[in-house]
Design a protein around this ligand. Sequence first.
Ligand SMILES: [Zn+2]
Ligand SMILES: [Zn+2]
Length: 272
Amino acid sequence: MAKTSPYMAFSRSGGLLEGLADQLSPQRCLLCGGHATSGVCEIAGPALCGDCHADLPVVTNPCRHCAMPAVGGKDVCSDCITDPLFEFCVAAFEYAYPVDRLVQAFKFSNNYAAGRALAEPLAQALLAHYQFAEAKSDCEPDAFVSMSTPDVIVPVPLHWWRRLRRSFNQAEEIADIVCDRFPSDLSPQLLTKGARRILWTRAQSSLPLKERRRNLERAFSLDEAVAAAVNGKTVLLIDDVLTTGSTLLALAKRLKALHAKAIHVAVLARTV
Ligand SMILES: [Zn+2]
Ligand SMILES: [Zn+2]
């Protein structure tokens, strides 16, 4: 996400310039309006103060396959025991107040600071999972196979008309941040071209579930470059919000048909 304000760029240089920048444009927390300069959140960045970031809602005991709450202290929910939604799925937050407001400000008011405030914690959560999986692999080789770091990142594409109206694809912005945070030797390939959404599928809530799923699978066009990039590889799909999972599942199916080895999913927030 290259749209930081000039004042944020000043702040990174520190010293005299930092003080000057703060006077010209003091950073205020997007949620409480307090001066974040006295307590900039190290995880969410300057858009949120540490207290507001700590109060953001998270999914309690999330299932590792769908990020819904799992009961009984398990890491897999009852639905995913027999039919896992994805090989791995992580949501940084629960889609509830005030995360919903931050997501909406990001998507519909081009508030990149709000997007970054959620995407940075997502990147940290992901890396923590992957590092944990690698550490675990020393004693459990099988765990490593299912949790290998992604080779390829695919942000969920927007239909061209929606992208034109919004001027950006929020999933690409999130994917940029996530990709940047991987250690350079593990850095996945970021695919922002080649996967396209060719069908407008907004008004289909009245359709039966089966028909909806069929429509969604036809909604994506994946070119030869994508096919070559995902063949035999672990793919990380990135989106802003996970609700029913139909869109992500449709894209995952198409990628599996192109012989992707495993599909991981990372989203800013999950409805529960
Ligand atoms: Zn605050
Ligand atoms: Zn689950």
